[in-house]
Design a protein around this ligand. Sequence first.
Ligand code: FAD
Length: 487
Amino acid sequence: MGHPLRARCPHVTDAVVVGSGPNGLAAAIRLAQAGVAVTVLEAHDLPGGGTRTTELTEPGLLHDHCSAMHPSGVVSPYLRSLPLGEHGLEWLWPEVDLAHPLDDGSAGVMARDLARTAASLSPDDARRWERTFGPLVRHFGDLVDDTFGPILGPPAHPVLLARFGLAALRPATMLVDRWHDDRARGLFTGVAAHFFGRLDRPLSAAVGLILTAAGHAVGWPVARGGSRAISDALIAVLASYGGSVRCGVEVKDLAQLRDLTGRAPDLVLLDTSPASALRILGDALPDRVRRSYTAYRFGPAAWKVDFAIRGDVPWTSPEARVAGTVHLGGRAEEMVAAERATSSGAMPDRPFVLCGQQYLCDPSRSAGDLNPFYAYAHVPHGYTGDATESLIDQIERFAPGFRDIVVATHVRGPSALESYNANYLGGDIGAGANDGRQLLLRPRLALNPYRTGVDGVFLCSASTPPGAGVHGMCGFHAAEAALASLG
Ligand SMILES: Cc1cc2nc3c(=O)[nH]c(=O)nc-3n(C[C@H](O)[C@H](O)[C@H](O)COP(=O)(O)OP(=O)(O)OC[C@H]3O[C@@H](n4cnc5c(N)ncnc54)[C@H](O)[C@@H]3O)c2cc1C
C-alpha cells in the first residue's frame, strides 16, 4: 500500500495517520499541505470518527452517531483556514441554540443574541449574565487563540486569559452562586455539565464558561446533512493535497505499518487513546511516557439513544420547542448531585440528559413526518446497567407524551461506544477524564504533549490539548510538532 507520491519520488517524506477522526484528518491535511505523502488508516468501515451520520433507525432519517453541535468547529482556527465550504460543509443555526427547561414549564435560554437570553432570565440575573459573559464574548476570538492549544506556551492575550483563568479555575458551583433564579442557575450548570465530572471541584467552571461564551459569540450550529459533512469535507480537502483514507484497517503495532507500506513511514500520527498508543508502540515507548500513558484516566460515560419520532417533541416549555439543544436535569443542585454520583461510579435516578433537535434547522435529516431525535445521558464509567428508561423518564418529565411519539430507537451504552470507537474507553466520549490536571495537561505533563518519545511518532487525538470536541486543533498542533521534528 505504498503512497503513489512516494513511489514516484522516493525522497518524499511519508506519513501514516492512524484514525480518521477530525483530529486525524486535520493532522493529515496539515502534513499534506507541507508536501508529506499521507495515508490515513481507519479501523471502522466508515471514516470520520466522532463525526459519522447514518440512518440508524428508519430509512431516510439521518442520525449523528456522536458529535452534533459545533461551536468549536466554527471557531477552530485551523478548520476556518480550510476551504470546507467549497467541499459541501454548511453550518445551520437553530432559532435558539440551547434551552434549559424547568419543572414549572419555564426555561433558561442561550441564544446568540444576548438580549434573547436576558429576556429569559430575571432582570438581576440578566445583568449578572451580561457582566460574566459580555467581556468573553466581545473578545472571543482572542480567547480562542489562547485556549485552543497547549497551555505551557506564552499567551497571546495575557490580560484576557488571566481574567478568564480566574473564573475558570473555580468550581462551577461557585460561579453558579452569582445567579439567584433557577433559570440562570440551571442554564449555566447544564452547560458546565459538559465537563463530565464533579461540578464542585476546581476547574469545573472552565468548560461552562467557554461553551456559553461560544454560544453567544458564534452559536451552537449543526452541519447540513449531518456531522459527516464535516469529515466528508476534510477528506475532500485531504484528497486535493494527494492524501487518502483507507478504512477497515485496525492498526495494532508499528510492524503492521511496515508490512502495509513496505517500509517504516517517516512519521506516524496516532489519533488514538494513550491506551491504544501503549499497545501500538509497545517496548519502543520510553519508560517515563509509558508510566504517564498507563496512569491516564478515563471519566464518566455516555448512554446514547437515537430516536425516530413522529412529529415534534411535546415540550411543555415553548422555548424548548425551537431549541437545537435541550439540557434536562432540572435545578442546578439536582445536576450537581447527578454529576457527583456518576463521577463516583453510582447511577443517579435522574441523570443529566442532553437532547439534540438538529432536524429543526436541517429538515434534510427527516423523512415525511418522521424526525431523528438525539439524546444521551451521563452515566458512570463502564456502566453495565440499562439507562434507557431513566433517559426517557427525564424527557417525559419535561415533555409529557414523548413516549407516544417514539417509533424506533437505537441504543449505545458504554461498552457499545467503546467497541464502536476504541478512543471512547469505558464509554468516555471526552477521550479522558477532565478532573485534576488532565483538562489542561493531557496526556502528560510535557512541554510538547504531542510527542510520544518514539522518534517520528506523535499522538494527535482528543487525549491531547485542547481536548475533546470537533475542532481538529489537536491534530493541527501534533502535525506542527511532527513537521518541526523533520527540521
Ligand atoms: C455521543 C457523543 C457526542 C458528542 N457530541 C459532540 C458535540 O456535539 N460537539 C463536539 O464538538 N464534539 C462532540 N463529541 C466529541 C467529539 O466527537 C470528539 O471529541 C472528536 O470526534 C474527537 O476527535 P478525534 O479525531 O480525536 O477522535 P475520534 O473522532 O474519536 O476518531 C478516532 C478515530 O480513530 C479510529 N481508531 C482508533 N484506534 C484505531 C486503531 N488502532 N487503528 C485504526 N483506527 C483507529 C477510530 O475508529 C476513530 O474513527 C461527542 C462525542 C460523542 C461520542
